[in-house]
Design a protein around this ligand. Structure first.
Ligand code: SAH
Length: 215
């Protein structure tokens, strides 16, 4: 597993592409510059790792497109030591980006194969999320709540109530919604009070589905 000057050069180019596509948060761009995305992919995709594309990661899942990772990360408005909950650990790339941004990351994955391989990979790369769990993301992680922000990295048919309940006041939930089609609308929910949420519907994205009741 190597990270070379060539990879760094490709990451710098990727950052320029993301800036052209409208990503402005310096913390996000710095994190993308640091995280060796090629090490999160099967080596047969290594040459393409810094293209702005999604790729298969096994178990029928995908590593999100860098633009999507950057876009969602920017919406979270992560500050150092924020507690961030991620639903859908997958390859661990988004987890690594949040970690590089200074977040304390809690992440849930429901496919045991991916949970196991990513749990082994992250520490090897020096990436230390606070907590990786095998389980159902619809339920969130009540034992570790409340969170400063929550990111869902799979397309949800609806916004799970437990996730709303586990946000701090002022906290942000970023979730692609629209389960029955291939396209989802990125939703940003900001918790204003105990009972009030401000909802923003943003652009269209394509995610693999957030699945229920596997465990
Ligand atoms: N953040 C990942 C994206 C992976 S794709 C990355 O950067 O690679 C979405 C992931 O969500 C898949 O790994 C899938 O197995 C997982 N997933 C789907 N439904 C889930 C659920 N209910 N709870 C937790 N994870 C789920």
């Amino acid at each position: 597993m190597k990270d070379t000057a060539k990879h760094q050069g490709l990451r710098n180019q990727l950052v320029s592409v993301l800036q052209q596509k409208g990503i402005t948060d310096k913390n996000v761009l710095e994190a993308i510059k640091k995280v060796p995305r090629h090490l999160f992919l099967n080596s047969s995709f290594e040459d393409y790792a810094y293209q702005d594309k999604a790729f298969p990661i096994g178990a029928g899942q995908t590593i999100s497109q860098p633009y999507t990772v950057a876009y969602q990360s920017q919406l979270l408005e992560v500050q150092k030591d924020h507690k961030v909950l991620e639903i859908g650990t997958g390859s661990g790339y988004q987890t690594a980006v949040l970690f590089a941004m200074g977040a304390k990351v809690y992440s849930i994955e429901r496919q045991s194969e991916l949970f196991k391989s990513t749990s082994v990979l992250l520490p090897k790369l020096g990436i230390r999320p606070k907590h990786l769990t095998f389980g159902d993301g619809y339920k969130g992680l009540p034992n570790f709540a409340p969170f400063d922000s929550i990111i869902v990295t799979a397309g949800a048919p609806l916004i799970p109530k437990p996730l709303m309940a586990q946000l701090k006041i002022g906290g942000r939930l970023v979730i692609p919604v629209g389960g029955d089609g291939e396209v989802q609308i990125m939703n940003l929910l900001i918790r204003k009070t105990e009972t009030q949420f401000e909802k923003h519907e943003l652009g269209e994205f394509r995610f693999v589905p957030l699945l229920e009741n596997k465990n």
